[in-house]
Design a protein around this ligand. Structure first.
Ligand code: F6R
Length: 611
């Protein structure tokens, strides 16, 4: 949540910051702003998307070689010009951007009010900024020292980046809990929430750790801890290309990412799965196989779409590894005093690797002695770093706010992990193991087949776009897919949708069914097929409109449903990687047909870095 960008060096700062903010808009887009330092400190900010800020700045003198920029997802204070970042200190000497939440800001604010401070915004950020300025005044010290002293009092999560009118050659930044990347150029430095704003300028980056302070000049980077000790920056090579952050001819990132899935699943399997030899190579799993195969229990921890991937994995792990699995919402797990034993393994699933709820849940489980395995997409992200071991999903940069390709990559990785554990434990026989490896190997090609049906799904979207509600039903492996389909529809088209296990419908939700309600069944050929056929009958008997995702060759449901989406057959354990794709497309095309901003749905942000 919230995207930050900063630049210091010989180039004009504003165009770099503006472009960077556009790339980071997925992190929040209710207001944005820039502060530019060039003898004077100029702050410009505006409610709305970055394009609105850009428009408001046409004709202004934006010349500067140091600057900071911010795109906001509101926490404290409604989206408005006044609450947008950067904030200026009481004296006007400092400007600051912030990503995170200062939990004890009320206490700090009360102290400052007693000292005569007044506030222009409702934000925790302005409070922290004035707290820093107050320390600077009282201790007669430089900004760096004031920031260090202030952060010792701060409770919460932050990345803060500051400009000081009296130090025009310096940017100061600090991190705890929110992501911060520094790009090292020749005589210039970049700083951002992720590497996308700096990708065309440098491939050398430093991921700043919690409780670290960065002092950036054009030609110097100093990294310190809060105890003022110098640290050696760990410079890494950036593995990201420009194509990853461009739409590549698609109307939206979401559509591009849906269509990338044959390649992203392939990339995820590449170098790991050898279906002919029957080998899965995953160092993070192999090196910790004793922990994993002897786990007394596996707890999947995640949020949103990643939580749905965890639910599919629950079915897979229990089926082939015979290990009990629980799937927990990270936010609930953390605060309900969970019972964790030493033999428990936590599998933390996250696209961004920065989800605050998941991070605090991991920290809690770690404290209690659990082994943490991260299944993460963003390389070098916080969850990747705090896990004991892990496996990256390699889905590439996901920009559309609604998660699509990350989900299928999570399923591919989790399936491989389960197969590897099952093989080591001896809970899967050779024939089934080889069959599943072969099936997994064929998934990318089958995804291509599913995508060929996108035109028909677009037509279907036009038929159902005016629905007020929708029900998504599935059983077994396809139950979490139904949940995911409903989530996609809600977030992209703002149509109210519920996902349910198909059999559970008769315990309540069936009361909703009438001739206006579209009911989407995920009903591929599997163990539950006969049962789901009965559930479809129950909906038809009440005049509900049935849209069914079915397997090729199905001649029963195809005759019962109002509309069918046919996908290739696959083992039931692997089918979710195919059956979810029509649901992603349906949500996308309905969102577009309704004129929604599908890449930036209202009220959402891609990376939820607040609890
Ligand atoms: C839904 C979506 C969210 C995320 C959730 C977890 O389309 O994108 O529900 O899945 O916020 O995010 P990560 O996976 O980054 O931890």
């Amino acid at each position: 949540m919230c995207g930050i960008v900063a630049y210091i060096g010989p180039r004009e700062a504003y165009p770099i910051i503006l472009k960077g903010l556009k790339r980071l808009e997925y992190r929040g887009y209710d207001s944005s702003g820039v502060a530019l330092l060039n003898n004077k400190l100029q702050v410009y900010k505006k409610k709305g998307k970055v394009a609105e800020l850009e428009e408001s700045l046409v004709g202004k003198d934006l010349h500067a070689h140091a600057g900071i920029g911010h795109t906001r997802w509101a926490t404290h204070g409604e989206p408005s010009d006044r609450n947008a970042h950067p904030h200026s200190s009481a004296s006007g000497k400092l400007a600051m951007i912030h990503n995170g939440i200062i939990e004890n800001y009320t206490q700090l604010k009360t102290e400052l009010i007693k000292k005569g401070y007044t506030f222009k915004s409702d934000t925790d950020t302005e409070v922290l900024l004035n707290f820093i300025e107050d320390i600077q005044k009282n201790n007669n010290c430089g900004l760096e020292e004031a920031v260090r002293i202030a952060l010792k009092r701060v409770v919460g999560a932050y990345v803060i980046v500051l400009l000081d009118k009296d130090q025009p050659d310096t940017i100061i930044a600090a991190r705890k809990g929110s992501p911060l990347v520094i790009g090292i150029g020749k005589g210039e430095h970049f700083l951002a929430s992720d590497a996308s704003p700096m990708i065309e300028y440098t491939k050398e980056v430093v991921y700043v750790n919690d409780y670290e302070l960065a002092i950036l000049k054009a030609d110097e980077l100093i990294l310190k801890n809060l105890g003022n000790e110098k640290l050696t920056p760990f410079v890494q090579k950036l593995d990201m290309e420009m194509t990853a952050i461009e739409k590549g001819g698609y109307d939206h990132f979401m559509l591009k990412e849906i269509f990338e899935q044959p390649e992203t699943i392939f990339d995820c399997l590449r170098g790991r799965l050898d279906a002919e030899k029957g080998v899965i190579t995953m160092a993070g799993i192999q090196n910790n196989i004793e922990h994993l195969k002897n786990a007394s229990r596996i707890i999947m921890i995640a949020c949103g779409t990643s939580w749905h991937a965890g639910l599919v994995a629950e079915y897979i792990f229990e089926e082939i590894c015979r290990i009990p699995v629980e799937v927990e919402y990270a936010s609930e797990f953390r605060y309900r005093n969970p019972v964790i034993h030493k033999g428990d393994v936590i599998i933390a699933i996250s696209q961004s690797g920065e989800t605050a709820d998941t991070i605090v849940a991991i920290e809690k489980a770690k404290e209690m002695g659990a082994f943490i395995l991260g299944v993460v997409n963003v390389v070098g992200s916080s969850i990747a770093r705090i896990s004991h071991a892990g496996a990256y999903t390699h889905a590439g940069h996901e920009i559309g706010v609604a998660s699509t390709k990350a989900f299928t990559a999570q399923l591919a990785v989790l399936t491989m992990i389960a197969l590897k554990i099952a093989r080591e434990k001896g809970t899967i026989d050779q024939t089934r193991y080889m069959h599943l490896l072969g099936g997994l190997h064929n998934i990318p090609e089958k995804v291509k087949e599913v995508l060929k049906g996108s035109g028909a799904i677009q037509q279907l979207a036009l038929k159902y776009k005016d629905a007020g509600d929708a029900l998504y039903l599935g059983r077994g492996y396809n139950f979490p897919v139904a949940l995911e389909g409903a989530l996609k529809l809600k977030e992209i088209s703002y149509i109210h949708a519920e996902g349910y296990p198909a059999a559970e419908m008769k315990h309540g939700p069936i009361a909703l069914v009438d001739e206006h309600l579209p009911v989407v069944f995920v009903a591929t050929k599997d163990t539950y097929y006969e049962k789901i056929v009965s559930n479809i009958q129950e909906i038809k008997a009440r005049k509900g409109k049935v849209i069914a995702v079915i397997s090729q060759g199905d001649d029963i449901i195809s005759k019962m449903a109002d509309d069918c989406i046919i996908i290739p057959e696959a083992d039931e354990l692997l089918a979710p990687m195919l059956s979810v794709i029509p649901l992603q497309l349906l949500a996308y095309y309905i969102g577009v047909a309704k004129g929604c901003d599908v890449d930036k749905p209202r009220n959402l942000a891609k990376s939820v870095t607040v609890e």
